[in-house]
Design a protein around this ligand. Structure first.
Ligand SMILES: Nc1ncnc2c1ncn2[C@@H]1O[C@H](COP(=O)(O)OP(=O)(O)OP(=O)(O)O)[C@@H](O)[C@H]1O
Length: 425
């Protein structure tokens, strides 16, 4: 991109407030530029999620402590309606993919009519660092944007528990409850932490019922589906079924690239595409980790007063990648193998019997059988709908050749190295 060109805003990029056209924009990745000042990029890690312990714990004995925000609100207090939302967690910055489509659509519907959709409560569940908090808070931010008078409150279940215990200790559970009953949109993060805390659950149950009855919206996130939330009372779990439970899966490669590019654009940082793609290949199960790696890479480059490049990324990631228990997927293998042989993934999956493509395909099938947990049938399917016997044949052919062909072995080793897999042999 020419240096003086400015970044394209979501609106100019034909996106609505919910960033609707952002999905699959890997083909048309958002453009980004270096910060105009050409200062070393100050890559804020705004993405980092504040852990519960980083937020002040309410102290009911300190009257000047804003965190006793669950006291019966006093209209003079400016903080009593604080939402505790991260302003960067909005729909425009939330990239849509197959991994999160249902949850995102439900979030948008709720943001338009909080409390008045069938999605009440909304329970968003999924693995660590996959955007549950971002999405839940995007709903909150959007509600506030449309109607600033709405009382939106974000709280982690750990904070809720700590506040409740403190209220018990100080004999003002009623005030605590009253505070929560004024909320229009209540977002409770990581509800799995309520497990086995019966008293807290009981109080939450009460708050939940009253809010729901009054048409207030409740959004919860969890690291697992409600049915697997052991230690939560049945009556609370049954309430969760009143609304919608939507999962967020691991994003595919293209979505990861789009997420990273979007973050870079919003920070005005320029990182070459090959670095973004390298990071996105290698860190595939946690967006927070992917972003964190990028942050330290950019920070290091800035310290050394040089541009981020692929070698730097490889060096910086070597330890992380090697230490990361990475699940190898067929998709990942196909990506690495096709790149190594300079063919496309589509060719790899195609019916063509051209020798170089067929050989690359055999190798990719062999790796898929040896290094993933996928059954043969599924491997065949992901290689253009082939039969499981084709996978068996490919594996035999590759194994046979490794017995006599040193160069071939070298190629396999290089490929394993690129995938950071230790050879079984
Ligand atoms: N689809 C997405 N689009 C843009 N950013 C995303 C997306 N998914 C995740 N992120 C980013 O990844 C980071 C981690 O997301 P978030 O904190 O919401 O994850 P989480 O699922 O709530 O994690 P945890 O399990 O730790 O609670 C955030 O910076 C968030 O902005």
């Amino acid at each position: 991109m020419p240096p003086n060109q400015r970044p394209v805003s979501p609106q100019e990029n034909n996106q609505d407030r919910f960033g609707a056209t952002q999905s699959n924009n890997y083909q048309n990745p958002p453009q980004y530029r270096k910060s105009q000042s050409q200062q070393p990029p100050q890559y804020r890690s705004s993405q980092q999620k504040p852990r519960a312990e980083e937020r002040p714990i309410p102290n009911m004995n300190k009257s000047d402590d804003f965190v006793d925000h669950f006291r019966v609100p006093n209209a003079q207090e400016s903080s009593y309606r604080e939402s505790y939302l991260n302003p960067t967690y909005v729909f425009e910055t939330f990239i849509e993919g197959d991994c999160n489509r249902l949850a995102r659509s439900a979030g948008i519907a709720i943001a338009r009519k909080p409390g008045a959709t069938a999605f009440n409560p909304l329970v968003v569940y999924g693995g660590v660092g996959l955007g549950k908090t971002h999405l839940a808070q995007a709903v909150g931010n959007e509600v506030k944007r449309s109607d600033p008078s709405k009382f939106v409150l974000y709280v982690s279940s750990e904070q809720f528990t700590t506040q409740f215990i403190e209220a018990l200790r100080n004999n003002n559970v009623q005030q605590f409850t009253n505070y929560y009953l004024q909320v229009d949109v209540l977002i409770v993060d990581d509800i799995q932490f309520l497990a086995k805390k019966e008293k807290t659950q009981e109080n939450f149950f009460h708050i939940f019922n009253r809010l729901h009855q009054n048409g207030k919206q409740i959004i919860m996130t969890s690291d697992r589906p409600p049915r697997s939330l052991e230690g939560l009372t049945d009556r609370l779990l049954s309430r969760f079924k009143w609304g919608l439970t939507a999962d967020i899966q691991k994003p595919d490669f293209e979505t990861r690239v789009a997420i990273v590019k979007q973050k870079l654009m919003s920070e005005g940082v320029n990182v070459p595409d090959d670095v973004v793609e390298y990071l996105s290949y290698n860190i595939d199960s946690n967006i927070r980790e992917l972003e964190g790696t990028l942050v330290s890479l950019v920070a290091n480059a800035s310290l050394m007063q040089r541009e981020v490049d692929l070698d730097m990324a490889k060096n910086a990631l070597l330890n992380i990648v090697r230490n990361t228990e990475k699940e190898i997927t067929i998709e990942f293998i196909q990506q690495i193998v096709s790149e190594y042989f300079s063919i496309s993934v589509d060719e790899l999956k195609s019916k063509t019997r051209k020798k170089d493509i067929a050989q690359a395909r055999q190798i990719a099938m062999y790796f898929s059988k040896e290094y993933t947990k996928e059954p043969l049938k599924s491997i065949g399917n992901q290689f253009g709908g082939r039969d499981h016997s084709t996978v068996v044949h490919a594996t035999k052919a590759v194994t046979k050749r490794t017995a006599s062909d040193a160069l071939y072995n070298r190629i396999l080793e290089e490929l394993l190295d690129q995938m950071n897999i230790k050879s079984k042999g």
